[in-house]
Design a protein. Structure first.
Length: 433
C-alpha cells in the first residue's frame, strides 16, 4: 500500500492535479457511485411498501435508517480522515458500502425489513466516509475563488449515478404486477406469500452486482499511487475541541449547517415520495410508469448542475442560491395546491433548481477555513444529511394524516430556510464579512 505524503501549504492545487490525474478520475467516480445508492432508496420505498405491505411512514424508514448512518458516522469519518488521510478514508468507505450492498442477499432470503434497514445503515456509513473525504478534496484542487463552481461541476457526476440507480430499480426491481389490498386479501395464504417473496427477492441481484463493483473499485484505489491532499497548516491548532468551539461560534457556519439540514430533507423528501405523489394524483398509474417522473427529475437535476456551474461565472453563488430557492418555494406550493399531472411536473422542475444547493451551501460553509476547520466542518456538514431521515419521516406522517400532496409543505418550508441562508450570505458579503 502506498504511503500518503503530507503536502506543504505552499504546494498549489494545480500541482496536485497535474501529478494525480488518474486518482482524480477515481475521486470523481465516487460522486457517481454514491448517487446510485442514494436514489435506489427512492425505488426501495415504493418496492418495500408493496413487498412488506407498509404505510407511508414505515416505508419512509428506508431513508431514516440510511441517513441515520450519515449522521452517526460522519464525525468519526472526519476524525479518521484527519488521522489517516483521504485515500484511507475512501477505501474504508467503499468497503462498508460494498459489504452493506452484499447484505441485501441474506436480508431478502430472510424477508426481514429490519435486516434491510441495517444493510442500508451500513451502506450509508460507507458513504459518510466517501462524502466527508471527496467534497473538501475537490474544493482544494484549484483557486479558492472558483471552489464553489468546481464542486458544483464535480457534483454534476452525482446525478449520472442517480439516474443509473433509478433505471436499475425501474427495470430490474420493479415488476409489472401490483395488487391492491383487496386483491391481496382475496389470495390464498400460499399465493400471497409467494408474491411477497418474489417482490422482496427482486433486490438481490442488483445489489449483489453493486457490491462486487464497489469492492473492486476500492481495491483499484488501494493499489493506485494516491498523493494525499492533506495540507499541514501550522497556523491552525490541532485540538478538535478548540476547532469545534470556533466553528459552533461562527454564525455563518451554523447557518450553513441549518441550511444543509433542510436542503437534504427537501431533496430526499421530494424524490422519495414523487412516485407516491404521481400514483395518488393520477390513480391507476403503476410504480414502473410513475418512476419515469423520477428519472425526468434526475435528468433535470443533472442539467441544473452543469447549468449552475456555468451561471456561476456570471452570478455570485449566493445570489444564484437565493433565486433558485425562491423558485422552488413557488413550485412546491403549486404542487400542493394543484395535485395532478401539472403538480407532478412542478416537482420534476424542482430538481433543476435544487441542483446547485448542496455543493453551494457546502462550499460556502467551508470557505476560507484552515485545514483542521475544513475537515471537521466538512464532517459536520455531512452530518446534517440526517435531515433526509427526519424530514422524510415527517412527510410520511403528514401524508398518512392529510394526503401526499399536503406533505409537500415540508420541502416548501425547507426551501424557505435555504432562501434565508442565501439572503444572509448576500447581506454579509455586501458588508465585507
Amino acid at each position: 500500500m502506498t504511503t500518503e505524503h503530507e503536502l506543504p501549504v505552499s504546494m498549489r492545487a494545480g500541482q496536485v492535479a497535474r501529478q494525480s490525474v488518474f486518482p482524480l478520475v477515481l475521486i470523481v467516480s465516487l460522486f457517481f457511485l454514491w448517487g446510485i445508492a442514494n436514489n435506489l432508496n427512492d425505488v426501495l420505498i415504493a418496492q418495500f411498501k408493496k413487498a412488506f405491505v407498509l404505510n407511508d411512514f414505515r416505508a419512509g424508514l428506508v431513508q431514516s435508517a440510511f441517513y441515520l448512518g450519515y449522521f452517526l458516522v460522519a464525525m468519526p469519518a472526519g476524525m479518521y480522515m484527519r488521522r489517516f488521510g483521504y485515500k484511507s478514508a475512501v477505501v474504508f468507505g467503499l468497503a462498508l458500502y460494498g459489504i452493506g450492498a452484499l447484505l441485501f442477499w441474506p436480508a431478502a432470503e430472510l424477508r426481514t425489513y429490519g435486516f434491510f434497514l441495517f444493510a442500508l445503515f451500513v451502506i450509508a456509513s460507507g458513504l459518510a466516509f466517501l462524502e466527508t473525504s471527496a467534497n473538501p478534496f475537490v474544493t482544494l484542487l484549484g483557486p479558492r475563488e472558483t471552489a464553489t463552481q468546481r464542486l458544483n461541476l464535480a457534483q454534476a457526476f452525482n446525478p449520472l449515478g442517480s439516474i443509473t440507480g433509478i433505471l436499475v430499480g425501474q427495470h430490474f426491481i420493479f415488476s409489472d404486477v401490483e395488487h391492491s389490498s383487496a386483491q391481496l386479501a382475496a389470495m390464498s395464504e400460499a399465493g400471497r406469500a409467494a408474491y411477497l417473496a418474489q417482490e422482496t427477492g427482486a433486490v438481490q441481484l442488483p445489489y449483489l452486482v453493486i457490491g462486487v463493483v464497489v469492492l473492486s473499485w476500492g481495491l483499484l484505489i488501494l493499489l493506485t499511487r494516491f498523493p494525499s491532499a492533506h495540507v499541514v497548516d501550522d497556523a491552525t491548532p490541532a485540538a478538535s475541541d478548540g476547532v469545534l468551539k470556533r466553528l459552533l461560534r461562527d454564525r455563518r457556519f451554523t447557518w450553513a449547517l441549518l441550511a444543509q439540514f433542510f436542503y437534504v430533507g427537501a431533496q430526499v423528501g421530494v424524490w422519495s415520495y414523487l412516485i407516491r405523489y404521481v400514483q395518488a394524483a393520477m390513480p391507476g398509474t403503476p410504480a414502473k410508469a410513475a418512476a419515469n417522473f423520477l428519472t425526468a427529475s434526475l435528468v433535470c437535476f443533472m442539467c441544473g448542475r452543469f447549468a449552475g456551474g456555468a451561471l456561476m461565472k456570471y452570478f455570485a453563488p449566493r445570489r444564484l442560491l437565493a433565486t433558485f430557492s425562491a423558485i422552488n418555494i413557488a413550485l412546491t406550493g403549486f404542487a400542493i395546491l394543484l395535485p395532478g399531472n401539472a403538480g407532478a411536473c412542478a416537482l420534476v422542475a424542482c430538481s433543476f433548481f435544487m441542483s446547485v444547493m448542496y455543493p453551494t451551501i457546502f462550499a460556502l460553509g467551508v470557505e476560507g477555513r484552515g485545514d483542521d476547520e475544513r475537515k471537521l466542518g466538512s464532517a459536520m456538514l455531512v452530518m446534517t444529511i440526517i435531515g433526509g431521515a427526519v424530514l422524510t419521516a415527517a412527510m410520511g406522517a403528514v401524508s398518512d394524516a392529510a394526503g401526499i400532496a399536503k406533505a409537500m409543505v415540508v420541502p416548501a418550508l425547507s426551501f424557505a430556510v435555504i432562501w434565508l441562508f442565501a439572503h444572509r450570505q448576500q447581506a454579509n458579503a455586501a458588508v465585507g464579512h
